[in-house]
Design a protein around this ligand. Structure first.
Ligand code: AMP
Length: 198
C-alpha cells in the first residue's frame, strides 16, 4: 500500500461538457474527502476543476490550489483550504508535481493533456515513481491510451514506461488502485535494450 496523503489532480476548465463528467468528479471528490486525501490542483473555479474543489470541501476534505498571479488576477475564486500564488506556470507545475504522492488526470483539454504527458515523461526520465491515474469517464482516455499503444508498437515508447499508468472508470476503484499500485523507479540511462538512445 502506498502512503496516499496528497494527490495532484489535473483536470479540464471547460464548463461545456456532459454532466456525466461532473457526476464522476463529484463522486471522486467525495471519495477523496472521505479517505482524507488532500487535493492539490490548479486553483481554478471553473469546469471540472471547480467541481472537484467544491465537492471535496463540501465533504470536509482539504484542497490546496497553486496558481500563477496572472491567472489568479483574472478569474473568480473559491475559498480553499490553502492557496499558493506563484509567479510563473513553471513554478506552479513544479510545486504541483512535488506536492502529491500520486497524480490523477481527469478528463480535460490541452492544459490537462500537457500536464499529464509531462509527468509521464518525467517518470521515464527517473524524476519520480508515483502512480498516474486516468479517470476514464465515458472512455474519455481510450484514444489517448490507443496512441500510447501505437507508440509502443512502433518502438517510440517502451512498454515498461507504461508502468505508472492506471485507467479506470470508477472513481472509487481508481483511488483504490492508485493506493495499491507500487511503481518501480526507472532508469532509462541504464536500460540495455534502448541503449541506442544514450
Ligand atoms: P484545459 O485542460 O485545457 O481545460 O486546461 C486546464 C488547465 O489550464 C488547468 O490545469 C490549469 O492549469 C489551467 N487553467 C485553465 N483555466 C483556469 C482557471 N480558470 N483557473 C486556474 N487555472 C486554469
Amino acid at each position: 500500500m502506498n502512503e496516499l496523503k496528497r494527490i495532484t489532480v489535473f483536470c479540464g476548465s471547460s464548463n461545456n461538457v456532459d454532466q456525466k463528467y461532473f457526476k464522476a468528479v463529484e463522486e471522486l471528490g467525495a471519495v477523496l474527502a472521505e479517505k482524507n486525501i488532500e487535493v492539490i490542483y490548479g486553483g481554478g473555479n471553473v469546469g471540472l476543476m471547480g467541481a472537484l474543489a467544491r465537492t471535496v470541501l463540501k465533504h470536509g476534505g482539504r484542497v490546496t490550489g497553486i496558481i500563477p498571479r496572472k491567472i489568479y488576477d483574472n478569474v473568480s475564486h473559491i475559498e480553499l483550504s490553502d492557496l499558493i500564488i506563484v509567479e510563473t506556470m513553471h513554478e506552479r507545475k513544479a510545486k504541483m508535481y512535488e506536492s502529491g504522492d500520486a497524480f490523477l488526470a481527469l478528463p480535460g483539454g490541452i492544459g490537462t493533456l500537457e500536464e499529464l504527458t509531462e509527468i509521464f515523461t518525467w517518470y521515464q526520465l527517473e524524476y519520480h515513481n508515483k502512480p498516474i491515474g486516468l479517470l476514464n469517464t465515458k472512455g474519455y482516455y481510450d484514444p489517448f491510451y490507443r496512441m500510447l499503444e501505437h507508440m509502443v508498437e512502433e518502438g517510440f515508447l517502451h512498454n515498461r514506461y507504461m508502468e505508472p499508468l492506471l485507467t479506470e472508470e470508477s472513481p472509487k476503484q481508481l483511488v483504490e488502485n492508485i493506493r495499491s499500485h507500487s511503481v518501480p523507479l526507472m532508469n532509462k540511462w541504464k536500460q540495455d535494450d534502448i541503449g541506442d538512445r544514450i
